[in-house]
Write a protein that binds this ligand. Structure first.
Ligand code: SF4
Length: 228
């Protein structure tokens, strides 16, 4: 957001200011000022937590490098600790093994915090949706604010996701407790760590599967003969 557009947004439309002065002067209320400055500060200093899950992470890294330069959005400080981050970019295939640490990281992030599901895998399972080891979307476990489609999404698509998140932050108001629930209500409830139950296949019982498969293959010719 430029200074010009920031001032225009700050300006209270109930107070007339000549058009030629609107890029230099803003007359506003205390509430509107607090909200605009608060959102302006947050939207331009979102720090993502640094981790990647699969191929989408390469595109996320490309978005952080010099060609696309997510620093232009104030998002270049990828943090190694969830306690210093306010954006989780879920970039890649979410396996049953990884969903537990992901939820744990989410719980360790301080409010306000946001989640961006990057790519088909994080959004809905992607090409591995039917896999025995893959969850069909991270939104089944943590609340997602922005979805970025694609397999993989390009760095430009991720930047568009950042801009979408910034617009969402712009719409949050200190005067509306529903849009900023992290104020005034005490600590938010933790998302429960997922209990996914047993795997569809227990590799320790592979010998049972082999025995069943062998029995089926022995019966198969007899069935064929009956049919003929
Ligand atoms: S969406 Fe495509 S590129 Fe991204 S992690 Fe899944 S398979 Fe890889």
């Amino acid at each position: 957001m430029t200074n010009d557009s920031f001032l225009r947004e700050l300006h209270d439309p109930a107070v007339p200011v000549p058009e030629e002065l609107q890029s230099a002067i803003a007359v506003t209320s205390l509430g509107r000022l607090a909200n605009s400055v608060y959102n302006w500060g947050r939207r331009n200093s979102i720090w993502p937590v640094a981790f990647g899950l699969a191929c989408c992470a390469i595109e996320m890294i490309a978005a952080a490098a010099s060609r696309y330069d997510q620093a232009r959005f104030g998002m270049e400080v990828l943090r190694a600790s969830p306690r210093q981050a306010d954006l989780m970019i879920v970039s890649g295939t979410v396996t049953k093994k990884m969903v537990v640490p992901i939820v744990r990281l989410y719980n360790q992030m301080a409010e306000p915090k946001y989640v961006l599901a990057m790519g088909a895998c994080a959004s809905g399972g992607g090409p591995f949706k039917e896999g025995y080891n893959v969850v069909a979307g991270i939104d089944k476990f943590v609340p997602v604010d922005v979805y970025v489609p694609g397999c993989p999404p390009t760095p430009q698509a991720l930047l568009h996701g950042f801009i979408t998140l910034q617009k969402k932050i712009d719409g949050q108001s200190l005067a509306n407790a529903n849009s900023t629930p992290w104020y005034g209500r005490g600590p938010s409830d933790e998302v429960p760590l997922p209990v996914l139950g047993p795997d569809i296949v227990d590799p320790r019982q592979a010998y049972l599967l082999q025995r069943e498969a062998a029995a089926v293959s022995e019966e198969a010719p007899a069935e064929t003969e009956e049919l003929s």
